[in-house]
Design a protein around this ligand. Structure first.
Ligand code: DLL
Length: 462
């Protein structure tokens, strides 16, 4: 067996028990867990469980889904040939276009009578991606989302204000049923009507806010404008995800809303929100390995990158009935670590997802992710944390425009805005190395997010 192909997380860190030693100044209290036995399962046991579940899933997927059967056959591997997690490397990949090519239900492993719900992601081009859930899948999702909310610091009895969009998007209903399963009181707001959200956040005494980070910022802004100080409300935790965001954005939201901002990750093809989430240590997102197998691969070669190195996240579902996924290429870029976490959970941690490899822009030879630009913009004096990038083709080259917004405190007038633009351009050039054209807009002119923020307007000819 080629050692390079061994998933790095398969290596067990030999420490008999996860350290519960609190960091200096921290309470000795054990964190509340929704499913302590699963969340603190020793890694050896977790890996054995993964292997058992993987084999059962492959058997089922090959029996029921023609595409998986065909791909496995082409890869010359039968479910019973999978004897260890190292054999994962022999399995074929699944990609987003497979779902589109088999639109709407061609990849489902259960007949529609056994499906309890469908979700879909809109997709900017072509057909949507449709995903389905059996009754058991919905129960697992609610459990994992309840586990995730508890991991973020939510507790039974909390009021959870859910501003993720309800509907075909998995955010709204995913967080909703997780909050109910936890034993919390859920306020099913969905996105939009921001003034009303602000009032209800305060009046209903929400302790937890679930939304995209960009929408949380919109809420903060409207609250400030309407004279509602949410920092003095009961809000204590934000469960923010569904889009890339930066540490700078985290700091900004934490200060303006007076809460602890927790990063949550998920994708509809795998389940929805609740695939991975940070614990209160805010030191990486615990990926729930009893239900998913995580690999981080070099996107070009498909070889696992060493632990801690950046690569594409590839996920295999272990318990999904309606839509099992074998090595799904998420295109999301992250790093993984199996180092024990202070919270006592043994499941691996993924570093903040910096972006998708298909979101990467190549501007005059420099690779740049929108989140890198965000990191530079946030915290610049007189610049509001709202921005859009505009990509255009001039001749054979791509050019990057950055539209930022001045704060009212910046003052007005052409000279002021020109100087601001020059400062932003200079900062981006010196920190990322990419040349941009910066346009400074007046306060309120950059569109505000209601859900997933539109960060890039791509004007290149298709
Ligand atoms: O965004 C599910 C979700 C809802 C996650 C609510 C978290 C909270 P999709 O619409 O299928 O599902 O989009 C999935 O969004 O592949 C990532 O590119 C991106 N994404 C999701 N969470 C994060 C995050 C939901 N925390 C796609 N950081 C994924 C960065 C994220 N990107």
């Amino acid at each position: 067996m080629n050692a390079m192909l061994v998933p790095r997380y398969a290596k067990v860190h030999h420490r008999a028990k996860p350290s519960r030693a609190p960091a200096p100044g921290r309470s000795k209290e054990k964190p509340f867990m929704f499913d302590e036995a699963a969340e603190t399962m020793p890694r050896e046991k977790l890996l054995r469980l993964q292997l058992r579940r993987l084999r059962a899933m492959l058997e089922d997927a090959c029996n029921r889904v023609p595409l998986h059967r065909k791909r496995m056959k082409a890869a010359r591997v039968r479910p019973e040939d999978v004897r260890s997690l190292e054999d994962l490397a022999r399995l074929p990949y699944t990609v987003k276009t497979d779902l589109r090519d088999h639109y709407p239900f061609g990849m489902f492993a259960r007949p529609h009578e056994q499906l309890s719900r469908l979700h879909a992601s809109s997709g900017t081009t072509g057909k949507p991606t449709v995903v389905g859930y059996t009754h058991n899948d919905l129960a697992t999702w609610a459990d994992l989302m309840a586990r995730s909310l508890a991991c973020a610091g939510a507790r039974p009895g909390d009021v959870i204000h859910n501003a993720y969009g309800y509907g075909l998007f998995t955010g709204g209903l995913g967080a909703h049923y997780g909050a109910e399963r936890l034993g919390a009181t859920v306020v099913p707001m969905s996105g939009g009507a921001t003034e009303r959200q602000v009032v209800l956040l305060k009046d209903f005494g929400a302790r937890v806010l679930c939304s995209t980070p960009s929408y949380a910022l919109n809420i903060a802004e409207v609250a400030e404008r309407d004279g509602v100080d949410l920092r003095r409300s009961k809000l204590a935790i934000g469960v923010f995800g569904a889009e890339p965001w930066s540490e700078g954005m985290r700091r900004e939201i934490q200060i303006r809303l007076g809460l602890k901002a927790i990063d949550i990750y998920g994708l509809s093809e795998i389940m929805g929100p609740g695939v991975a989430i940070e614990c209160e240590a805010q030191a990486g997102l615990h990926g729930w390995e009893d239900h998913f197998l995580f690999e981080v691969l070099d996107a070009e070669t498909g070889t696992p990158v060493p632990e801690g190195h950046a690569g594409e996240l590839v996920i295999t579902t272990l318990t999904k009935e309606a839509l099992p996924m074998i090595r799904y290429r998420t295109r999301d870029i992250t790093r993984a670590t199996t180092e024990p976490c202070n919270c006592g959970r043994t499941h691996l941690r993924l570093k903040r997802i910096t972006g998708r490899n298909d979101d990467m822009l190549i501007i005059r030879g420099v690779n740049v992710y929108p989140s890198q630009i965000e990191s530079v913009l946030i915290g610049l004096p007189d610049i509001a944390p709202h921005y859009q990038l505009v990509v255009e083709r001039k001749g054979n080259l791509d050019e990057l425009g950055v539209e930022v917004e001045a704060m009212a405190s910046a003052g007005t007038g052409e000279d002021v805005y020109r100087a601001l633009a020059e400062r932003v351009r200079y900062q981006i050039k010196s920190l990322i190395g990419v040349t941009t054209t910066v346009t400074v807009k007046k306060p309120g002119e950059v569109p505000r997010s209601q859900g997933k923020a539109v960060r890039v307007r791509d004007l290149r000819p298709k």
